[in-house]
Write a protein that binds this ligand. Structure first.
Ligand SMILES: [Zn+2]
Length: 1215
């Protein structure tokens, strides 16, 4: 498949100062912290807090507390009567339950992942006569005193304001276009371009820059390593030789993953040659990411990460700072990229894959070069200059001009005898004295036509394709033949042309010279007599390259790996933060040693950094546009998966090592063992094609096991945590030693059978920001279990025989049964949901609002055409049809903390859980699906939610988890064009309610009818879709996917949420927190051996405001370091003394309540001395996002004022 793109001025350090950061020495508003005092929950009592967000003055007054206490008495009475009812019910169901119990258990089955507790693996002794019916003691739902965020009124203004207009708004372009796809002739998707030669003159020449490039996919048809071995290393070898031969030759390179691998194998002489080539401007590193990332499925955390990885490598090895983005192959484009590149200090970018009808429109308007502006940007500081390649592809036939038949003749790698031909059946001719005139004029005609589409007389002509310039002859053929043409053109002044090889830097410099504009600043003063470059806001999804071939399949292809990507992102972020804080503590304790030392702390830091770097690079690699997109060949997908699960393992290793250090009693005398496994994390990936296995804590009566819980988020979290144990007879204590309420649930191995040896124990944890806390699991004799604290999940079933359960559990028939079959209700004080007898959601009630919801599973077939759905394309046969539930019956488990309903359908194990938690996990419905469509043929499987929300043809999706974009459903477009990337959320709304699907993994989504939302869960396709991968998608796996459904009534009904004023939209604070909850979960660490005396808690970090998110805390690396002496060794990635802290101030909509949050907003004020009081030096420096450029110097105690939607990176130092 031809896949291919391009920008350049040297950014000065001053650009940083234009970033929207204000540093002031204002006193930090302390008042807000008052609100956090109100946290503690109570077991029975207060009704939900009635704080309305936005009411900043509302403080907890004694009066209102008294009023609540009064209400309480009433609600307690209500609770007591509920308990009575429950006891009654239990008494009824219990006798029946006992008779249904299956075989008794007595041994712990050998489980590969079973972990010993402190003692040897436990065998729970179960006295046969133990009665469990009395559990009822306190089986009622726990009622909490809910907190909500305290919001400063001014913080609501941003989301309500309308930023300045832009010249081109993509939403309007879509409204306007007919999408009628007329045949344009030679330029099939365009028109016959005419031109007048008098537009050029000796003073006004056409300046042509031919940009040689080679697009190297880090994995697609071959794995990354295979490509490197077979092609890439040769390309780079020859590049050094061929560029050195003639200083007029130029080349650009993008993928640092390949470049770094090659570099490591070069002698210093070659490295120096490369440095010279860069210095002379012959070689330009463009974008400089580890890969050219996908833009639809990737999360901004990972995009920022993969670009930083590349930029860091470049800084350490080549001393280069890329200035121009180059994204010629990603299948649709996001403004998030434009934002990130801008804030990294880049000035221009080149893109290619834009819908052909949109391209044609931009070309007609002379707007293929535009200033891309964030749709939310109030003052145009996000503007970046963007060049769009005008034609179908980035290959040579589609880059010299509008006629591919002509352009192909100027691909001198296709000379007769080369083995590669032109599909238009006219081969290239070697340039000779006799044909140079004719050939040059033929090419010039294409250049001139192409130039008609742009506002300047500067023309960029990329010259390359996928994995080009492998053989030395190709270099020679391209360079010598083009040079002959350039020489001819340049020596005939009457042609008014000046042609040469160029880099993006050369091209953009020339554009700037002519237009007098610095594209990056958007201060376009315009070309002579022409208009300035237009500004544009919006995105470029969903991409179509021709006809109705919309690339919306890859939003979902290989969903198992898309899910694994997000899992790894969570672990990596968690590992980075804990690792960086560990080094910070070591430094503060004076044990990190000086440069080149070999202190204890340094040894540990270096050993763990190797694992971290390995994980960083694997995650970065997977962001490639054939990685997370699911568009590589099967064996390449397996290669990626192996790298990802190894990286999860590496991150888990770093987390548990750092936790062990941080919890150690004496950090100064700590003896490290970098390979030791002190703790296993709660889940483990052992095979590249299987979901993670839950670890089981082996318990023996009398064991007291300290389980460590890690909160990687920079906000306090109240949250339910589940640990899997081998015994149901437990007592859970918090770090203070107080026994906690807990709920023990059965672990179902199949619908009719729960494991006799595994139990899920759930309890509420309370975790400060970025902290570790030790909760104790004590294994008891059955008779010793305190029934006031421990509740056993009550199991009921409908439409199935009672399952086999360990005897601690009761089982009954879900009430109703028989005829009529009322809905099944699950309920917490915060939420209520009803389900059909088949186990499918029917309604959600929260905050006194009830929304009828119909959840369905539907399927699409494939269009019966020559070209049909494959890894890239979604070409459905017709509207989706419901998949009749082949349900195996419904299993419901209820208890005071967790209630769930679970049904096995023919393609999916579907579980919905309600958490009774005072934290954000208690405010939304959790959906867990395990999808299996391996038995199907050409089958695309989606989950659909239908409601009565009057959303019309408008819905909202996110871009890269960074921003929300409004979508319109168009009848003029085919169904597949109305599918959009859903990297983390999709919502619909009307004046009264917003209903969101928050997703733990990127998938495709749509709203195909008013009130409806659907998410594609998996796709199995039996054929190739002719975009180069050469196979179908038949390697489907048992795939987990996780969602939260969030219903949010609007505090004040809006008059309108659509139309002009609805251009922008923002999630609520609760939606943000819920997303962080599923992307960056709380991790449990189960000890593998006796840990000895440890601290119970660790945490050194202050809490960030509600709307400030800790994106990353990433220790940078130093160049490889050799340690001499008897223990000589090479440390390839020693940690540098610098840590990059990236913060994101979220844009949010104040129109909704924020129950479950306990934080406040304060106008975006952050003081790093309060966030990191004990770690890092006083001196802090603001940096560009990927640490390439230095900004403002400051101290930790400065008060930073962060602007909504903006990301900031700061350099923290340890020593
Ligand atoms: Zn590619």
């Amino acid at each position: 498949m031809g896949r291919v793109a391009f920008a350049s001025h040297h950014p000065s350090a001053t650009y940083i100062f234009r970033m929207r950061l204000r540093v002031s020495s204002m006193v930090f508003g302390v008042a807000v912290s008052l609100a956090t005092l109100v946290l503690l929950y109570q077991v029975l009592s207060l009704p939900p807090d009635t704080h309305t967000p936005g009411d900043e003055k509302e403080m907890v007054s004694l009066e209102s507390r008294l009023r609540r206490l009064e209400n309480n008495i009433q609600s307690n009475q209500h609770t007591i009567s509920e308990i009575k009812n429950l006891v009654h019910l239990l008494a009824k169901t219990n006798s029946k339950a006992n008779s249904m119990l299956g075989p008794q258990f007595g041994v712990v089955v050998g489980n590969k992942f079973m972990r010993n507790g402190i003692n040897t693996v436990g065998v729970a002794e179960i006295p046969r006569d133990h009665k469990t019916g009395q559990v009822a003691g306190d089986g009622s739902a726990v009622v909490y005193n809910l907190t909500s965020a305290t919001i400063m009124q001014d913080d609501c203004i941003f989301a309500q304001s309308t930023p300045p207009a832009t010249d081109i708004l993509m939403e309007k372009v879509y409204n306007q276009l007919k999408f009628d796809n007329p045949d344009g002739g030679a330029w099939k998707q365009g028109w016959e371009i005419q031109y007048d030669v008098s537009q050029w003159s000796p003073e006004k020449k056409l300046r042509v820059f031919v940009v040689p490039h080679s697009h190297n996919d880090p994995g697609w048809i071959k794995t990354f390593e295979q490509y490197y071995h077979d092609q890439t290393r040769h390309i780079l070898d020859h590049m050094v030789e061929k560029l050195s031969q003639d200083q007029r030759r130029k080349f650009i390179w993008a993928e640092i993953s390949f470049f770094s691998l090659w570099w490591e194998q070069q002698p210093e002489s070659v490295r120096n040659t490369v440095r010279n080539l860069v210095e002379r401007g012959q070689l330009e590193i463009v974008m400089g990411g580890w890969v050219m990332n996908d833009e639809a499925n990737s999360h901004y955390y990972a995009i920022l990460h993969q670009l930083t990885e590349g930029h860091e490598w470049l800084a350490l090895n080549l001393g280069v700072k890329p200035n121009n983005g180059w994204a010629i192959d990603p299948f649709g484009l996001t403004p998030t990229m434009a934002y990130l590149l801008k804030r990294m200090g880049m000035e221009n970018m080149v893109v290619q894959r834009i819908h052909y009808a949109v391209k044609k429109h931009l070309a007609r308007e002379h707007s293929l070069e535009f200033v891309w502006r964030q749709i939310w940007d109030p003052n145009s500081s996000t503007d970046i200059f963007c060049h769009t390649l005008p034609f179908y592809s980035y290959d040579i036939p589609h880059t010299c001009g509008p006629d591919p038949k002509v352009c192909c003749q100027f691909d001198f790698n296709r000379l007769p005898g080369s083995g590669i031909t032109c599909p238009w059946r006219v081969p290239p001719q070697r340039i000779t004295d006799s044909n140079v005139k004719a050939r040059s004029q033929m090419l010039l005609d294409q250049y001139r036509k192409k130039a008609q589409l742009f506002r300047t007389n500067v023309l960029m002509v990329p010259l390359g394709d996928d994995f080009r310039y492998v053989r030395p002859e190709e270099w020679d053929n391209q360079f010598t033949n083009y040079q002959a043409i350039f020489d001819y053109l340049n020596s005939n002044p009457e042609l008014h042309v000046e042609a040469q090889f160029g880099t993006l830097a050369d091209y953009f410099r020339a554009v700037q010279e002519e237009s007098g504009s610095s594209g990056a600043e958007g201060e376009a003063r315009g070309v002579e007599g022409g208009a300035p470059f237009p500004t544009l806001a919006g995105d470029f999804f969903t991409y179509a390259d021709r006809d109705d071939h919309y690339w919306s399949g890859y939003y979902t292809s290989r969903p198992f790996h898309k899910s694994l990507d997000r899992v790894l992102e969570g672990y990596l972020k968690g590992a980075e933060a804990l690792y960086s804080l560990m080094l910070g503590i070591q430094s503060a304790a004076g044990i990190a040693g000086g440069q080149g030392g070999s202190s204890e702390g340094e040894r540990l830091g270096e050993a763990l950094m190797g694992k971290l770097v390995d994980a960083r690079r694997s995650l970065a690699l997977f962001q490639h546009h054939d990685g997370i997109t699911g568009t590589a060949k099967d064996h390449v997908v397996v290669d990626y998966a192996n790298k990802l699960i190894k990286s999860v393992d590496n991150c888990q290793h770093v987390i548990q090592q750092a936790a062990h250090y941080l919890l150690s009693i004496n950090q100064r005398t700590y003896k490290s063992d970098p390979n030791a496994v002190y703790y296993e994390l709660g889940e483990k990936f052992t095979e590249h094609n299987k979901p993670a296995s839950r670890m089981v804590l082996g318990l023996q009566v009398g064991s007291v096991i300290p389980a460590v819980v890690y909160n990687p988020d920079a906000h306090r979290r109240h949250h339910l945590l589940t640990i899997r144990t081998s015994s149901p007879y437990v007592e859970i204590s918090n770090p203070k030693g107080e026994a906690l309420r807990c709920q023990v649930n059965p672990v179902f191995m199949k619908p009719g059978e729960a494991s006799p040896t595994m139990f899920d124990v759930t309890f509420l944890v309370d975790l400060p920001p970025v902290s570790l806390a030790t909760y104790t699991v004590k294994a008891l004799q059955p008779a010793s279990v305190n029934m006031k604290l421990v509740s056993y999940g009550k199991v009921t079933v409908r439409n199935m025989a009672a399952p086999t359960l360990p005897e601690v559990f009761t089982v009954g028939e879900e009430d109703g049964g028989g005829s009529g079959q009322p809905p099944i209700t699950l309920k917490t004080p915060q939420l209520q949901a009803t389900f059909s007898s088949a186990g499918l959601l029917q309604s959600i009630t929260t905050q006194d609002h009830t929304l009828p919801v119909s959840l369905q599973f539907v399927k699409y077939g494939v269009m019966n055409h020559h070209e049909t759905s494959g890894a890239y394309l979604f070409l459905p046969d017709k509207e989706a049809v419901p998949v009749t539930p082949g349900g195996s019956g419904v299993v419901v488990v209820r208890g005071p903390l967790l209630s769930s309903i679970r049904t096995q359908f023919s393609h999916i194990l579907h579980t919905v859980t309600l958490s009774n938690s005072p934290g954000v996990d208690g405010m939304s419905l959790d959906i867990h699906n395990l999808v299996d469509i391996r038995a199907e043929r050409n089958f695309e499987f989606a989950m659909r939610l239908s409601t009565n929300i009057k959303s019309g043809d408008i819905f909202y999706t996110d871009l890269n988890g960074f921003q929300i974009i409004k979508r319109m459903r168009y009848d003029k477009l085919p169904l597949q064009a109305n599918y959009y990337p859903m990297p983390s959320q999709l919502f619909i709304q009307d004046p009264d309610n917003r209903f969101s699907i928050l997703s733990a993994q990127p998938l495709g989504g749509a709203s195909l009818k008013s009130g409806q939302m659907e998410v594609m869960l998996d796709r199995r396709l039996n054929q190739d879709d002719h975009r180069g991968v050469g196979q179908g998608v038949l390697d489907n796996l048992l795939t987990p996917n996780v969602f939260r459904l969030l219903l949010e009534p609007r505090l004040k009904a809006k008059e309108s949420v659509s139309g002009e004023d609805g251009l922008m939209s923002y999630p609520s604070l609760l939606a943000h927190a819920t997303l962080h909850d599923i992307l960056y979960p709380i991790y449990s660490l189960l000890p593998t051996a006796k840990t000895g005396q440890m601290q119970n808690t660790w945490g050194v970090t202050g809490e960030l405001p509600c709307d400030v998110h800790l994106v990353n805390l990433r220790t940078m690396v130093d160049p490889p370091r050799a340690t001499l002496g008897p223990a000589s060794r090479l440390t390839p990635h020693p940690p540098s003394p610098n840590t990059a802290l990236t913060l994101h101030r979220l844009g949010f909509d104040c129109g909704f309540k924020s129950p479950g949050l306990s934080c406040s907003t304060n106008g975006g004020k952050v003081r790093l001395s309060e966030v990191f009081p004990q770690t890092f030096r006083e001196q802090v420096q603001q940096m560009s996002l990927s640490m390439m450029y230095e900004g403002v110097d400051m101290t930790k105690s400065y008060t930073l004022s962060l602007q909504p939607m903006e990301l900031y990176t700061f350099k923290l130092s340890r020593s």
